[in-house]
Design a protein around this ligand. Sequence first.
Ligand code: AMP
Ligand code: GLY
Length: 435
Amino acid sequence: MKVLVIGSGGREHAIAWKLLQSARVQTVYVAPGNGGTALDGRLHNVPLTDFNVLAEFAVREKIALTVVGPEGPLAGGIVDFFRARGLRIFGPTQAAAQLESSKAHAKAFMARHQIPTASYEAFTDAAAAHAYVDAHGAPIVIKADGLAAGKGVVVATTLAQAHEAIDWMLGTDGAANTLGVQHNAGADGQAQPRVVIESFLEGEEASFIVLCDGKNVVPLATSQDHKRLLDGDEGPNTGGMGAYSPAPVVTPNVHAKAMQEIILPTIQGMARDGVPFTGFLYAGLMIDAHGQPRTVEFNCRLGDPETQPILMRLKSDLFELLMHATDGTLDEVELVWDRRVALGVVVAAAGYPLTPRKGDAIDGLPAEAADGMVFHAGTELRDGRLLTSGGRVLCATVLADSVKQAQPRAYELLQTIHFDGMQYRSDIGHRAVKR
Ligand code: AMP
Ligand code: GLY
């Protein structure tokens, strides 16, 4: 069988790497792919992003299954586009992907279905938003409604920060647009800036990702991301500087609550609303001191970098799983996991997250080992030379018996790697080590 993976990040490199392990998969194409998928002789990069051209490629090459990595093409309706042409594709439809692409939509959905989350209100009017913040006080969380590549959330610890966030997200000066927020349409169909303002939740975060076929749900192994740039969870928010699986904060009790109170009501609610969810559903959880999980956000895809450790632990055949998911027969599968933990450390470019520098030459990549793999993200192969081409460049991921053993092994794996300005955290897994 031939498979097509859409995307170019570390998550997509890991998906392609895992699909190659299936006895039924002969060829994996990655569109557009990165330097890592270009270097792997068993993977084939195709420089395509346009839906029409991708669909033509899938028809011509007799692609058995297309797997979509990032939120952009999902929110843009690639699944609807492929399905309308009779092509098998795994991911949510554009309507279902609104759980991620509109925070106001997701919050209204959770309120309607009594799914535990922070209390909130949505605003298009700046004066009303300012008044709401004054009435509620800080800390408080301000979120741009549309997709913003992780830059649309401000956790305001002071009222001044909250007012400033409202101004740039709702301001008429277009600041939110300059920063890449994609505004959703209002009632009149015109793009309109909107914010969600919600109460601040205390606790520890975890990534809870499940595989859905519209009605059946199979939870993946749990994981925890590290969103801040610097050690000790300091510095600006990023797409994620490292992750490990499983997350000990998700105890069996928390797991059961997350399934019963968040995941199942969401999948059932979507089906009842006439928008069944097929794809990976990622609930970002905040778990309080009493073990109560609340939804911080939904993503309609796998997490990056969570995917890298999760897929290193998955022993089941990913291709078979996704075929079941697109057939609606996930009730027939049981996932098998490596009992070891996996831990991945992201190596980012100089200037990340605000102004990542591109074009630095990368040297000293280690060979793939049975317990270690360096997944590529922002890399490109140009004239035979591997160069940085994005913010998060690599993710050194290892398997070991405990987080304590995985930590030094991951850092050992990236020891020989060098490029100018490279930055990474030295404490990935610190919460699990302390437990
Ligand atoms: P999001 O893009 O919605 O996941 O938000 C990015 C990050 O902001 C989350 O991973 C949390 O660390 C933080 N955050 C978002 N919403 C809240 C909240 N209501 N309370 C506390 N922290 C939050
Ligand atoms: N690592 C967080 C995310 O993928 O959204």
